[in-house]
Ligand binder design. Structure first.
Ligand SMILES: NC(=O)C1=CN([C@@H]2O[C@H](COP(=O)(O)OP(=O)(O)OC[C@H]3O[C@@H](n4cnc5c(N)ncnc54)[C@H](OP(=O)(O)O)[C@@H]3O)[C@@H](O)[C@H]2O)C=CC1
Ligand SMILES: CC(=O)N[C@@H](CCC(=O)OP(=O)(O)O)C(=O)O
Length: 324
């Protein structure tokens, strides 16, 4: 089966990771690549390691009115740049939006693929979660659905690699300012806070109004770790049992015995979850690790595309992480 596939935003970090995955995907055939400033260049000009069959594909100027015949489109545009344009893509084209314009928007399935595959199947429009929510919500979902933690008391301390800011990260994302530096940002106003509050409400039936989320930029290229502190009386064993049952038949979530490390997920679509609890302290800790460009972006996007194209979820995603 050949599914005619496009990527808009292909020159970026998210789009480039989608290209890497699609180049090795047995059913998705890349026939359309688009962007803005890179329009007119060949894939190989941007990605010297592209396979021969894709090297000469020319990046088009993004124009939703001028698409070739497509079955599937991955959009990896800056948040704010896709809502209006994607509304003009014919309804026959399935879309997975890696950017933030369509999360919890009517007409779009929220693509938390390991938690809600049944809500994604059969849809033609899927909004990929943000990278921090991908890790945090995957780790929290079993605890919330089992009522093991109070949804309004969650504190999320997060660390991300610099590629999370994209290729055009801009001032503050250069080598001299990120190397050997640790930068908190977005205190109490990061856009992923409302995204996570809404999803936690859906998972728990309760309000996550007390959520606190603090991301930190750390000097690594890829990787994302969330360490979460919640109120609850559950034991570590109860949290682990809940996660084991919740993810029993899910291929990409790994319950780890030791606290997970960002390198464990590098280059993969895996999410590692881990729990430690102490009822005497009324404390449940939940940890999640993803590759921000994998499960945090293009990996989860391909998983979502597999689901809406009725393919096995693992198609093109079975490769192990890169180590070391
Ligand atoms: N990086 C990450 O870890 C994650 C990113 N995301 C989201 O994914 C999206 C892409 O992020 P990322 O890849 O990091 O960003 P980059 O800055 O690396 O890439 C942005 C891409 O968008 C293209 N682009 C920008 N404006 C336009 C336009 N007007 N028309 C057509 N193309 C345009 C650029 O094309 P050109 O170079 O040709 O100008 C480029 O290919 C964002 O919404 C981001 O928030 C989500 C999860 C994780
Ligand atoms: C390091 C860094 O800047 N990371 C980004 C994560 C981007 C992301 O997940 O994307 P969406 O904009 O699609 O939600 C940030 O914190 O905004």
């Amino acid at each position: 089966m050949s599914i005619r596939t496009g990527i808009v935003g292909i020159s970026g970090f998210g789009g480039g990771e989608a290209l890497r995955l699609i180049a090795a995907h047995p059913a998705f055939e890349l026939v359309y690549a688009a962007g803005d400033s890179t329009a007119g260049s060949r894939i190989a000009d941007r990605f010297p390691g592209a396979p021969h069959g894709l090297a000469d594909l020319v990046i088009e100027k993004w124009d939703p009115e001028a698409l070739p015949e497509l079955d599937l489109l991955f959009a990896s545009l800056p948040t704010g740049a896709s809502a209006e344009a994607l509304a003009r893509v014919p309804g026959s084209v399935r879309i997975v939006d890696i950017g933030g314009d369509h999360r919890h928007v009517d007409g779009w399935a929220y693509g938390l693929a390991d938690v809600w595959p049944e809500r994604i199947a059969g849809q033609r429009r899927v909004a990929n979660p943000g990278c921090f929510p991908a890790a945090a919500l995957t780790a929290l979902a079993p605890l919330l659905t089992e009522g093991l933690i109070a949804p309004g008391t969650i504190v999320i301390d997060a660390k991300t690699g610099v590629s999370g800011a994209g290729r055009g990260g801009g001032d503050g994302f250069g080598y001299a300012t990120t190397n050997e530096n640790l930068q908190p940002y977005g205190l109490l106003k990061h856009v992923h806070m409302p995204e996570m509050e809404t999803t936690i409400g859906l998972l728990s039936g309760g309000s996550a109004a007390g959520l606190v989320f603090t991301p930190h930029l750390v000097p690594m290229t890829r990787g994302l770790l969330v360490t979460m502190y919640c109120r609850g009386q559950a034991t570590t064993a109860q949290c682990r049992d809940a996660a084991r049952a919740f993810y029993a038949d899910r291929p990409f979530v790994r319950l780890s015995d030791a606290p997970p490390q960002t390198k464990w997920a590098a280059g993969s679509n895996l999410c590692f979850v881990h729990y430690a609890a102490d009822p005497a302290r009324d404390l449940v800790m939940a940890l999640g690790v993803v590759d921000n460009l994998g499960k945090g972006a293009a990996g989860q996007a391909v998983q979502n595309a597999n689901i809406i194209c009725d393919l096995p979820e693992t198609t093109g995603l079975a490769g192990m992480p890169v180590w070391p």
